[in-house]
Ligand binder design. Structure first.
Ligand code: HEM
Length: 478
């Protein structure tokens, strides 16, 4: 990235919020229906010739009290959002609105806490401990659950000629996460097969202000984007999910008092981190990766299959962490999917003090208390950093030049080259997520040489319907 040595002069931030109330409604119609997120932000960058710009974000009134933000829309300005000495991350996880805490047992869970709040470190440490204690369970749990998924996929293809990956992934990821984190598959408990539906309902109440469902606009505006839906709708679902966590995570919860947390607060946090952060993430990430692979050249499939099968053969036919670490192309593909289509696209932080934000071209003055917002896809598809930024290039991160780009992959709310800690707001699931993304690719290409799929969009991610699978021509593995 070209950078000027001399400090640029500080400019006023261009852009406009328009007429209060009226313009924010007009803008949200553009965002949801007339332009869509990519065009909405790009159009404003183009209009004001600036990647730092004042604009309104959805949902706006009455859901959010103030839709006005300073948008940071390139790779240079975006990282201000990672600096918790400069931005406050209190109650900004979902943006300018915050879902009711009655959806989370009355607690403000970790994602809504600023690191300056004492419970942030306690809860985040608890989550780190749970993940660390279960790290050896991840690969076996992934393999067994996704082996069953691929079997179902094959039989659906044989009988119906197509298979809805998202639907299969929803059920499989839910069981995988329960088994990986707590050793208990949710479907083998009282929850039975209802976990994913209950979770989706609860997630919907929190995320619907950011979604469109294709219903008549007026209905969506009134139902989804103007007032919060009553949390009562998901009360019994949440209760059933909580029961699973309280039973299945019993031994993890036994250790929380020494961290200074109540069992109850820890359990609500565990539920949120598993269902919202992890399950919500997998619902978007895994179809995203498969979708990009479906659209990629068949030669990429062949290279992946070769790399993956050789690394697994080198470990005596076993999928070990060591084998996965050797798969450089596989890792690059997962980074590329996370770069081109980050699963969590919006990040927010309130200026803790007056500060200056630098873009590639200029520097801008921000006042204490102003809301800074990043639309991550514009930062990770910044043409000043990434060549052919709009293209999915599977081997982009290979070699010395490729490795230099890894720091610009920021899906985890921080550079991929940095580490989450109790003092920052980087995702504590960072290592796990990149591992799980790679495991999907590994399991897939151990079984198949290539495939075809229809890729569309759904709610906050991709919809992938697999239409053919070509079974592996090489010998199988354990
Ligand atoms: C925070 C993304 C999976 C737990 C975050 C943030 C992002 C993110 C962008 C920062 C949000 C913000 O503050 O603005 C993702 C994605 C995932 C994923 C894309 C999967 C594809 C997970 C997993 C866990 C997790 C597996 C399991 C523990 C959390 C928690 C926070 C967080 C607790 C809040 C961190 C803090 O308060 O310091 N994640 N995440 N996430 N994530 Fe993840």
């Amino acid at each position: 990235m070209a950078e000027n040595d001399a400090a640029p002069t500080v400019k006023e931030i261009p852009g406009s919020y328009g007429v209060p109330f009226v313009s924010s409604i007009r803008d949200r119609l553009d965002f949801y229906y007339f332009q869509g997120p990519d065009k909405y932000f790009q159009a404003r960058v183009d209009r004001y010739h600036s990647t730092v710009v004042r604009l309104n974000v959805p949902p706006g009134p009455f859901m959010a009290s103030d839709p006005r933000v300073i948008a940071v829309l390139d790779a240079k300005s975006f990282p201000v959002l990672f600096d918790v000495s400069k931005v406050e991350k209190k109650n900004v996880f979902t943006g300018t609105y915050m879902p009711s805490t009655s959806l989370t047992g009355g607690y403000r869970v970790c994602s809504y806490l600023d690191p300056s709040e004492p419970s942030h470190a306690k809860v985040k440490q608890f989550l780190f401990d749970v993940l660390a204690s279960r790290k050896d369970a991840v690969i076996p749990a992934f393999r067994s659950n996704f082996a069953a998924l691929f079997q179902t996929m094959e039989s659906q293809l044989a009988s119906a000629g197509k298979s809805d990956f998202n639907k299969l992934n929803d059920n499989t990821s839910f069981d995988f996460l329960g088994e990986a984190y707590f050793g208990v598959r949710p479907s083998s408990t009282e929850l039975g097969g209802t976990g994913p539906t209950k979770s989706t309902k609860w997630l919907f109440l929190q995320l619907c202000p950011l979604m469109t469902l294709g219903l008549p606009k007026i209905l969506e505006e009134l139902l989804l984007h103007t007032f919060p839906l009553p949390s009562l709708i998901a009360k019994s679902d949440y209760k059933a999910l909580y029961k699973y966590f309280s039973d299945a995570a019993g031994s993890a919860l036994d250790s929380v008092e020494k961290l200074g947390l109540s069992r109850e607060e820890a359990c609500h946090n565990l539920l949120f981190a598993t269902v919202f952060n992890s399950y919500g993430g997998m619902k978007v990430l895994l179809p995203g990766i498969l979708g990009w692979l479906a659209k990629a050249d068949e030669s990429l499939h062949a290279r992946l299959a070769k790399e993956i099968r050789a690394a697994v053969a080198g470990e005596g036919g076993k999928v070990t962490l060591n084998a996965v670490e050797k798969m450089e192309l596989t890792r690059s593909v997962v980074y590329e999917a996370l770069r081109i289509d980050p699963p969590v696209k919006y990040q927010y932080g309130k200026a803790k003090q007056d500060l200056v934000i630098e873009s590639h071209d200029a520097a801008y003055q921000v006042k204490k208390g102003e809301m800074i917002f990043g639309y991550q896809p514009l930062a990770t598809r910044d043409p000043k950093v990434f060549d052919k930024a709009e293209q999915f290039i599977g081997d982009r991160f290979l070699g010395d030049e490729g490795k230099k780009l890894i720091k610009y992959v920021v899906w985890s709310n921080g550079p991929e080259t940095e580490t989450p800690s109790v003092a920052n707001k980087q995702c504590p699931g960072k290592e796990l997520v990149v591992l799980v993304g790679r495991l999907l690719v590994v399991e897939f290409f151990l079984r198949y040489d290539t495939f075809t799929a229809d890729v569309g969009t759904i709610l906050l991610g991709s919809q992938v319907t697999v239409t053919s699978l070509t079974k592996s021509s090489s010998s199988s593995t354990t």
